[in-house]
Design a protein around this ligand. Structure first.
Ligand SMILES: Nc1ncnc2c1ncn2[C@@H]1O[C@H](COP(=O)(O)OP(=O)(O)OP(=O)(O)O)[C@@H](O)[C@H]1O
Ligand SMILES: [Mg+2]
Length: 390
């Protein structure tokens, strides 16, 4: 059928036509926004799960809901090599630029001045005052160089500016497992201060399944500070809805057997549902999507995953890293003991430390617990077993 009308969206962070199975998280976020507007505090949220389950999409929905309520929303993706100060500064620039005008309230002008000082150490040019005369305004001083102190100051002042309008500030950080240790501790500590002092601030973090452990290591009170949500595969009825609802909106129906086939082949994994849905649609002659279409769609989808999704990950690994991954693949998707991998490779655990660390840094594996490594996408072990040993 017409690929232009194809309603499926395999990819990174692409909003699905039907965002299913996330009602609990969305309802909690709604409550958080309303509580903050009512002058109460809200528990920051942590969304964690494997690659391709829909964390970014959900975080975008959080952002959209906050923007709809006219909140100040700062959204960033952590990246190794970019400091949190720089990333938060950049992410706050747009929203503050939109609000900054000479007639703005005192609190907003103060927030702009504090923001400019926050950025001063990485942006000495000081292009951050938006042409406003801030000489008569309080604020500033977020340039001690101690991230925790400066971050607390800047988020306090921006949240206060939002509160002046009866709104709040939402700070959303994707790939939060990649925030450097000390910076994550500073972020936790700011969120902690905010929740104690009742600032108009709420935080949402998204990342790999290792994120809760990393947060706990950054600050021991993290387990009580945050509300944790595992974002995972969709149960069969929801997976079926993710396929049928977008088609129904285009007046296209799926045969029951076709839905069953795709749902079982995708095992509820959102990325694969989108991929197989897209390919089944493209193969179908219409008006319905039949079991034959679904079979061809899944086969084409798998071929596309092998040449794209999995292949790109595999090629990102050096030969030594590929040997490590291959040794892991013997355990399937469940995860492997670092010791088992080492003994399969006839090496000492310590000598493989750097290889393991590089694979984690490349996002190919993560450590669900100490001494264990697992693939960040489902089906990787199978893919690796199909690759010729060079
Ligand atoms: N609730 C959902 N229902 C149906 N499809 C979804 C849902 N959430 C996400 N998807 C689809 O799954 C795919 C992956 O989504 P997304 O990029 O948000 O995942 P992610 O968890 O952020 O992955 P990564 O860890 O690689 O960043 C996209 O194609 C998206 O359209
Ligand atoms: Mg993502």
């Amino acid at each position: 059928m017409d690929p232009v009308r194809n309603p499926y969206s395999p990819g990174a962070g692409r909003r699905p036509a039907a965002l299913v199975g996330r009602d609990v998280q969305l309802a909690e976020w709604d409550v958080a926004l309303q509580r903050v507007e009512a002058g109460r505090t809200a528990q920051p949220a942590v969304l964690y799960g494997l690659r391709g389950v829909g964390k970014t999409v959900l975080l975008s929905e959080f952002a959209r809901k906050a923007i709809d309520r006219n909140w100040i929303v700062t959204r960033l993706e952590a990246r190794a090599g970019t400091s949190l100060r720089e990333a938060i500064g950049d992410a706050l620039h747009g929203p503050l630029a939109d609000l900054a005008r000479p007639s703005a309230g005192q609190r907003l002008l103060r927030a702009v001045k504090t923001m400019a000082s926050f950025r001063a150490s990485v942006d000495p040019g000081g292009a951050w005052s938006f042409g406003l005369d801030l000489s008569q305004v309080g604020g500033g001083g977020a340039d001690t160089g101690v991230l925790e102190v400066d971050l607390t100051k800047v988020l306090h002042d921006v949240a206060a500016a939002a509160a002046e309008e009866g709104k709040g500030l939402a700070v959303l950080v994707d790939e939060a497992q990649d925030v450097a240790d000390g910076e994550l501790a500073a972020l936790c500590s700011t969120a902690h201060t905010a929740s104690q002092a009742g600032w108009a601030l709420t935080v949402g973090l998204a990342g790999l399944p290792s994120l809760p452990r990393i947060l706990a290591e950054a600050k021991s009170y993290s387990e009580r500070l945050f509300s944790f949500h595992t974002i995972g595969n969709l149960a069969a009825p929801l997976a079926a809805e993710a396929l049928t609802a977008p088609a129904a909106a285009e007046s296209v129906a799926w045969e029951d057997a076709a839905v069953e086939h795709v749902v079982s082949q995708a095992a509820g994994y959102p990325y694969f549902l989108q991929q197989f849905g897209q390919d089944s649609w493209n193969d179908a002659a219409g008006p319905d999507i039949t079991l034959t279409d679904a079979r061809v769609g899944v086969a084409n989808g798998r071929a596309a995953l092998d040449t794209g999704f999995f292949r790109i990950r595999w090629d990102r690994a050096t030969p030594a890293e590929q040997r490590y991954l291959r040794a892991m693949a013997a355990d399937g998707d469940a995860g492997s003991g670092s010791g088992d991998v080492a003994s399969r490779l006839d090496r000492k655990i310590t000598s493989l430390g750097p290889t393991r660390a590089n694979l984690i840094a490349k996002g190919l594996v993560y450590a669900p617990e100490h001494g264990v490594v697992a693939f960040t996408v489902p089906g990787m072990a199978d893919f690796i077993r199909r690759q010729p040993d060079r």
